[in-house]
Ligand binder design. Structure first.
Ligand SMILES: NC(=O)c1ccc[n+]([C@@H]2O[C@H](COP(=O)([O-])OP(=O)(O)OC[C@H]3O[C@@H](n4cnc5c(N)ncnc54)[C@H](O)[C@@H]3O)[C@@H](O)[C@H]2O)c1
Ligand SMILES: O=C(O)C(=O)C[C@@H](O)[C@H](O)[C@H](O)COP(=O)(O)O
Ligand SMILES: [Zn+2]
Length: 369
């Protein structure tokens, strides 16, 4: 992709969901006004709420001012950084701001930020007046390749990760690669976990690209950045386009997440999601191997590639009983049955139901330190 070009990836359109596009390129924010202005079933927008994290106060205000210049009644709603935004209290704060600005069903929410912000903004849009349009402007690599695409929106509760939410796809997603220039390296690398996930479950070319130069993969200036992002978005787009509400196939996107969410809760949501997913994929690979489903080479490849970009593989061994307890509220569980996504081979994700507790513990034995 040249620096001037824009890639458009279509999502949805089946099973009654409105199709939308994910745009990937540079200097895309000029597209926002046009997207907001598109006439929808509910009419034409008059008001826009730009939900942004503290770290992007400048971007949030610049967008608000730009939209005001285009004639919209625009408000900026600042929310806390990272997972602190994904709470019922912050959602209620946003609802209050929408109420005070007279937000109607034809108006539009814009979520600008990382996955925490887009999850919250999408959730606020899903719940306000039982659903208004929203547009995602992801500013982290993780949000571009995963969180902003596919319409899973939600918040955490003290009992677990993303326990309250809704499927509410955006009307469009603008991935402006220029936003990545200000992202701290740890946050950039955290997003690589979801890219690597896309590689293991569906598109091994992603793994080859990262393995060709892991150091370069750690920065937005690497030679394969745009390709890695676009390939990962295509994996996600293909899956959610055929199974928006996770009645089957979509569960593969949860690879590594059963343990990851348990770790995040255990850390009171202070760990970055991508770091937890990295440990979770290491665990899932060992689980697959010990359950006789995954070959040694592919399991080992998880360790090598995750480590090569600086992602963590291990977590505290003594926390296993708590993690096991936390995993029971995973959305893939059915009654008392724990369910995991494992690989039957490279790019062959499948479900492992109710694994033997001894196998689970043995897999964690490889992860715990
Ligand atoms: N809905 C989904 O399908 C889905 C998919 C994957 C992940 N998620 C969710 O996404 C969240 C993680 O998102 P994330 O990794 O993007 O992190 P994040 O949203 O928590 O952001 C990390 C930090 O980076 C800051 N930030 C964001 N963009 C920046 C930029 N361009 N420059 C400087 N700072 C910036 C944020 O303010 C925050 O402090 C988790 O809550 C996870 O559950 C959701
Ligand atoms: O889009 C999906 O489906 C995913 O599972 C993508 C995950 O990367 C993401 O973290 C998602 O929010 C997890 O969903 P949850 O249903 O397990 O909360
Ligand atoms: Zn995830």
């Amino acid at each position: 992709m040249s620096s001037e070009s824009v890639t458009r990836i279509r999502v949805g359109g089946s099973a009654g969901s409105e199709p939308y596009e994910v745009l990937v390129g540079r200097q895309l924010l000029g597209e926002l006004g046009g997207l907001i202005g598109e006439r929808s079933r509910t009419g034409t927008a008059k008001r826009v709420a730009v939900i942004h994290p503290e770290a992007l106060a400048g971007t949030g205000d610049a967008l608000r001012a730009d939209l005001a210049e285009q004639g919209y009644e625009a408000v900026a709603i600042q929310v806390p950084n990272a997972e602190e935004a994904k709470t019922a209290e912050v959602a209620a704060y946003c609802w209050k701001a929408l109420g005070q600005s007279g937000f109607t069903r034809s108006d539009v929410v814009v979520g600008v930020g990382g996955g925490s912000t887009t999850d919250l903004a999408g959730f606020v849009a899903a719940t306000w007046l039982r659903g208004v349009r929203w547009i995602a402007v992801p500013t982290t690599v993780l949000a571009m390749v995963d969180a902003a695409v596919g319409g899973k929106t939600g918040i955490n509760t003290a009992e677990g990760k993303n326990l309250v939410g809704s499927f509410h796809p955006p009307a469009g997603v603008l991935c402006d690669l220029a936003a990545l220039d200000s992202l701290p390296v740890n946050d950039y690398v955290s997003g690589l976990a979801e890219i690597i996930k896309a590689g293991f479950i569906a598109d091994p070319a992603i793994l080859d690209l990262i393995e060709s130069d892991p150091e370069a993969a750690r920065t937005p200036t690497g030679p394969h950045t745009a390709e890695l992002i676009e390939r990962s978005i295509r994996v996600k787009a293909d899956v959610v386009s055929s199974d928006l509400k996770e009645s089957g196939l979509r569960e593969i996107l949860n690879y590594g997440h059963t343990l990851a969410h348990a770790i995040e809760k255990n850390e009171r949501y202070k760990w970055r999601h991508g770091a937890a997913v990295s440990v979770g994929m290491h665990f899932a690979a060992e689980l697959g191997r010990l359950a006789g489903r995954l070959d040694d080479a592919t399991a080992d490849r998880h360790r090598t590639i995750l480590q090569s970009v600086g992602l963590p593989l291990h977590y505290r061994y003594d926390q296993w009983p708590k993690l096991l307890e936390n995993m029971k509220v995973d959305k893939k569980s059915r009654g008392d049955l724990l369910r995991f996504i494992v690989l039957d081979g490279l790019a062959k994700p499948n479900v492992l139901e109710g694994p033997d507790p001894a196998v689970l513990l043995a897999a964690y034995g490889e992860v715990g330190e």
